[in-house]
Design a protein around this ligand. Structure first.
Ligand code: HEC
Ligand code: HEC
Length: 340
């Protein structure tokens, strides 16, 4: 018994000093966890250790319309939990005053591993994402400083920030941004059927298994397991000319025009509509695009030029098998987890 306690204490100390795996105390409900086949997180937890209080405050902020100019829109309006934190209703996101944005709201699971954010990689740290959402006139149309003032005037928030971060004075933006990140960081999607199969706790059906091998042959160079993205930017042949320059907007390189971040396919069965502008409603439409409807442009990924016409030929059987495999990436455990 005694030996166990000492060992337990040692392990706890070890974990607390280990940035990769910050713990929030003896109850590890709020610890950052990931399976051993996931890559190292990109987020620097040492600067913002996750605690129960920080996560809970982040969750409250994420769901609070106070963050928008007319107190009408919360982060959770566009990142809806039941559909893996995407927006099922709008092809292009809808902000305050029904203002239409230019892009489709992506899923925000597994943000701890993402090197750059947004479809064009325009933000390079998770803590800064919220500033863009808040200050974008087509989204929350608010000023960060004004949100902080509203939080300081609120009857509940000042005490919550003091308890969470041990601060004496008023709320400032770094604490606000850290709390939001704590909530998002724990949205690790790793409990899908695909994961259960990796962990020998489930087996694929024949169709899922066949779909996995089609996927590995035809899709995984851009969408590799376990996160189903390389996080690179490329052009998968949606358009001949680009209204939205995508990655080209950031790098200003002509060859980057029309390239977008390769999205994760985790929970893809739930994250319709698809692509940076939400142009496809169904997975069938996506597969038809890869098979038949790809168009040429200077930055088209050369992989697609290996076929003529460009694309990835898929038989009717392969499409069904691919869909069966993609369904196994849905993480119902995460979506029904009461802590979120
Ligand atoms: C009006 C809808 C809307 C609101 C409100 C909104 N978002 Fe988003 N979110 C988007 C869209 C659209 C994108 C993609 C933006 C782009 O690529 O230019 C996005 C991207 C993101 C990303 C990056 C995901 C990725 O894969 O790169 C994160 C993280 C995120 N939002 C978190 C938040 C947080 C936190 C809030 C609240 C402070 C918030 N969002 C409010 C629509 C919204
Ligand atoms: C050469 C790289 C590449 C290959 C190969 C590739 N994809 Fe993609 N995929 C992308 C890019 C880039 C996007 C985002 C494009 C955009 O929105 O402009 C994307 C988007 C998607 C989406 C939309 C996801 C969402 O959340 O909007 C799905 C689904 C998808 N791909 C499935 C597949 C399947 C299935 C295959 C194999 C048949 C495949 N991809 C092969 C690069 C690739």
């Amino acid at each position: 018994m005694k030996k166990n306690t000492i060992l337990g204490f040692g392990v706890l100390l070890l974990l607390q000093s280990c940035v990769k795996n910050p713990l929030s105390g003896p109850d590890d409900t709020y610890a950052f966890r990931m399976p051993d086949y996931f890559p190292e997180p990109t987020y620097t937890f040492a600067n913002n250790p996750i605690t129960r209080e920080g996560f809970t405050l982040g969750k409250k902020l994420f769901n609070d319309p106070l963050l928008s100019s007319d107190n009408s829109i919360a982060c959770s309006n566009c990142h809806v939990k039941s559909v893996a934190f995407t927006d099922p209703q709008h092809r292009l996101s809808l902000g305050v005053d029904e203002r239409a944005g230019i892009r489709n709201a992506p899923s925000i699971v597994n943000m701890a591993f993402m090197p750059e954010f947004f479809w064009d990689g325009g933000v390079n740290h998770l803590d800064f994402v919220a500033i863009n959402a808040i200050e974008n006139p087509l989204e929350m149309n608010e000023k960060l400083g004004h949100v902080i003032a509203k939080l300081n005037d609120d009857p509940d928030y000042p005490a919550l920030f003091r308890q969470t971060f041990g601060i004496q004075d008023t709320i400032t933006s770094p604490y606000f941004l850290h709390a939001l990140s704590q909530y998002m960081l724990l949205l690790v999607s790793d409990r899908s059927k695909y994961d259960m199969v990796q962990q020998n706790k489930a087996t694929f059906t024949a169709a899922e298994f066949a779909g996995q091998s089609v996927f590995e042959n035809k899709c995984s160079s851009c969408h590799p397991a376990p996160l189903f993205t390389t996080y690179d930017y490329t052009n998968n042949g949606l358009d001949t000319a680009f209204e939205d320059l995508g990655r080209g907007r950031i790098t200003e390189a002509t060859m980057d025009q029309g390239k977008f971040k390769i999205p994760t396919l985790r929970n893809v069965a739930l994250t319709s509509p698809y692509m940076h502008d939400g142009r496809f409603k169904t997975l069938d439409a996506v597969l038809e695009h890869y098979d038949q409807h790809m168009v040429l442009s200077p930055s088209l990924d050369p992989l697609f030029l290996q076929s003529d016409p460009p694309g990835i030929r898929l038989t009717a059987d392969e499409k069904e098998q691919l869909k069966a495999f993609l369904q196994t990436l849905t993480d119902y455990e995460l979506l029904k987890d009461p802590i979120f």
